[in-house]
Design a protein around this ligand. Structure first.
Ligand SMILES: [Fe+2]
Ligand SMILES: [Fe+2]
Length: 274
């Protein structure tokens, strides 16, 4: 059996949600919205990259089953975030980076498969770090609209669950250290520039760029007590170790705890037989 379970959250976002759904916090809402806007294109790129790996390279039947369920999980994340983003569009928030991202994804598609996988591994490391933060610090989503708290924590739980799949495929496809490290540095720069650019764009739509409260909230979110910057620093650098593997940091207990306390929020669809 695959080590992953494909699940669907019991959520209906068709009635919309409040504009500042992160407990009224304008900065944190803008940041999370920026992440969500990047997911549909990004997660499709992850799916296409692992699918591009030559099947003869993936000899382990368990990894093959994991790849199938990785695709299933990312596809349902895409679907839910498309609904979330549709509501953002109704609220007047546009994904200003979309044409640039489409161009980037097209360029990535033309790269050799190991490079595509190295880019996917780097971005999956970012999603895994953010997921660990969200589940380890429930106060981050404390004031969030309840359905959206479920959406984000379900996504975080599954990002933890499948965090090593792209990495294992990269290694099975013969990917080595330097390619992985160089792409990580490149992806890190692009990820932070793009996410911050879109966040500021979202704040501009809210006429909140020049409000001091916006930036005190940002400073608290990143550099305050239990701020995100402190939590991302060590694992962020850890990726550059030649001995890095996503499961060297075993945070499966976080996933188990979340699943146990959210049984009613998600429906298991299935698991692929190895
Ligand atoms: Fe995802
Ligand atoms: Fe993922």
């Amino acid at each position: 059996m695959s080590t992953l379970t494909v699940r669907k959250p019991n959520l209906d976002l068709s009635s919309g949600f409040p504009r500042h759904w992160m407990g009224g916090d304008v900065y944190r809402t803008a940041f999370m919205n920026a992440l969500s806007m990047s997911f549909p294109l990004g997660e499709q790129m992850f799916i296409d990259s692992v699918r591009a790996a030559p099947p003869e390279a993936i000899l382990d039947p368990l990894l093959r089953a994991d790849v199938k369920d990785f695709v299933g999980q990312e596809a349902s994340h895409r679907f839910m975030h498309q609904q979330f983003n549709a509501e953002l569009a109704r609220q007047g928030f546009d994904y200003t980076l979309e044409p640039r991202m489409k161009w980037k994804v097209e360029r990535i598609r033309r790269l050799p498969v190991q490079d595509r996988l190295a880019i996917t591994c780097a971005l999956e490391h970012y999603t895994a770090m953010l997921a660990d933060y969200v589940l380890r610090h429930p106060e981050w989503l404390q004031g969030a609209e309840p359905r959206l708290r479920t959406l984000w924590s379900w996504h975080a739980a599954e990002e933890l669950e499948h965090k090593a799949v792209a990495f294992d495929v990269y290694r099975a496809a013969g990917g080595g250290y330097w390619k992985r490290a160089i792409w990580y540095l490149h992806v890190s720069l692009a990820f932070w520039l793009d996410t911050n650019w879109q966040t500021v764009h979202n704040l501009r739509r809210d006429r909140a760029v020049w409000r001091p409260g916006t930036w005190t909230s940002a400073a608290r979110a990143w550099f305050g007590w239990r701020g995100m910057a402190w939590s991302l620093m060590t694992p962020g650098l850890g990726y550059l170790s030649p001995r890095f593997h996503p499961w060297r940091h075993d945070n499966r207990a976080l996933l188990r705890t979340w699943l146990e306390s959210n049984e009613d929020s998600v429906r298991a669809i299935g698991r692929t037989r190895a």
